[in-house]
Design a binder for this molecule. Structure first.
Ligand code: RFL
Ligand code: PHB
Length: 402
């Protein structure tokens, strides 16, 4: 039998964007239903981001969903940058008047938001792929989906495609309604999770002539680390010892030692920048990775997804409370300002720390000149700091919907 559902906002995707949107809309009395292609175990186990900007933490707090985040998340006030074995600290808290980042795994965010949604009676269908979005140029769009071997439809007022880079939202936008911008990089990240106490109190981003390395963390007992590898690298060619050896060399500074431990997660991620310049067609709206990808060097992807959602909520609340489409009509324009800012910063961080050309080349010397400039100029360090912790909504001339 055909499953027929009805809601105000039909949300595709139960990642950070879709879940935050659902909770936030509910706070304003707006009903939504979430469809998720994968199983709950898969989505909650997917290892990805870990760096939450101040804005993101504030939003999760304001939604009343930050109990575990506040207990287990680690607030950082600075970050280490290392170049050719020389390490400096950028005290971003001090440079930005007290704005900070929090380290808390994306899976935990997803787990917290999912259980809060389900426990409070929210509708979320797992293993329920959306297979079509239609009639979004009318005021009654429809999402076609599959669930337990049956076909279903959701009749809604709006469709929010929070369905990630490979979702159907972007593919459904009319071909000529937007422009695409893509940049691929000639390297990837090999990331690990290991059962070992972090060898650092704050993140270390490092340029080394053998390539980039990043020491991040998840808890007092779990470390998260990455190294730059070639795009054709295979995980089988990277046994644990080889990874640790490479990390120790690339992150090394005098008098500092990298602690090793059992690796329990390993994966390779290609690096890309991807943008479209219109996130809406009729009543279909895109948010998060569905609309843009940034290379992970700036730690921006998840935070951008949540920022998009803020603007979408603002527009939807205005529609339901004031019967005005003004905010929704300007959604793309408003969201794109921050997205381009983050694209620029992520590209900057990627080019600053990765080996792109011969060690000693012109490109290398530009990288080194930038690193030296961070050390000598508080002004330069401050622009990096304010981008790293994330600019407040007021910087873009906006106030919060909460
Ligand atoms: P997601 O998380 O991809 O969620 C989309 C969801 O949609 C589902 N879906 C569908 N559901 C129903 N029907 C369909 N047809 C569907 N098609 C897809 C998918 O199964 C999925 O559950 O997108 P969202 O919500 O936009 O969130 C974006 C973030 O996940 C992403 O930007 C970050 O993980 C990026 N990222 C980082 N971001 C940060 O802010 N800080 C970081 O430190 C950071 N580090 C990273 C990262 C991403 C990485 N990888 C692996 C790409 C580090 C790495 C290594
Ligand atoms: C992470 O902890 O996974 C992480 C942190 C900072 C980044 C990217 C990833 O820039």
């Amino acid at each position: 039998m055909m499953k027929k559902l009805k809601t105000q906002v039909g949300i595709i995707g139960a990642g950070p964007a879709g879940l935050t949107l659902a909770h936030w809309l509910r706070k304003h009395g707006i009903h939504s239903i979430i469809l998720e292609n994968r199983s709950r175990e898969y989505v909650e186990g997917r290892v990805r981001a870990g760096l939450l900007e101040q804005n993101t933490v504030d939003i999760i707090k304001d939604l009343g969903l930050a109990d575990r985040l506040l207990k287990e998340g680690q607030e950082h006030h600075g970050v280490y940058f290392s170049f050719d074995g020389q390490r400096i600290r950028v005290p971003f808290g001090e440079l930005t008047g007290g704005r900070n980042i929090t380290i808390y795994g994306q899976q935990k965010v997803v787990r917290d938001l999912t259980s809060a949604w389900l426990e409070s009676g929210g509708e979320l269908y797992f293993e329920a792929p959306a297979v079509g979005i239609r009639d979004f140029h009318t005021d009654k769009p429809i999402i076609d989906f599959e669930y337990q071997g049956e076909q279903g439809i959701i009749e809604c007022d709006f469709v929010a495609a929070c369905d990630g880079f490979h979702g159907i939202g972007r593919k459904t936008l009319p071909e000529n309604s937007y422009n695409t911008f893509t940049r691929t990089y000639p390297f990837s990240w090999l990331g690990i999770l290991a059962h070992v106490a972090p060898s650092t109190d704050e993140l270390i981003y490092s340029y080394h002539e053998r390539g980039f390395a990043l020491h991040s963390l998840r808890s007092h007992k779990i470390s998260r680390l990455y190294i730059q590898v070639d795009n054709d690298a295979h995980i089988e060619d990277w046994p644990d010892d080889r990874i640790w050896d490479e990390l120790a060399i690339r992150l090394g500074t005098e008098g500092w030692e990298l602690q090793r431990g059992p690796i329990f997660e390993k994966g390779i991620t290609p690096m890309r920048s991807f943008m479209i310049d219109r996130l809406q067609s009729g009543r279909l709206f895109l948010a998060g990775d569905a609309a843009h990808i940034v290379p992970p060097t700036g730690g921006k992807g998840l935070n951008l997804a949540i920022a998009d959602v803020k603007h979408l909520v603002d527009g939807l609340v205005e529609f339901y409370q004031k019967n005005s489409t003004l905010g929704l009509d300007h959604y793309s324009e408003i969201a794109l300002k921050r997205i381009w800012r983050a694209q620029d910063f992520s590209n900057f961080m990627t080019r600053l720390f990765h080996k792109q050309d011969e060690h000693g080349s012109f490109q290398y010397r530009l990288q080194k000149a930038k690193f030296d400039y961070i050390r000598m100029s508080r002004a330069y360090a401050t622009t990096i700091a304010e981008n790293y912790v994330g600019l407040g909504f007021e910087a873009f001339g906006l106030t919060s919907a909460i």
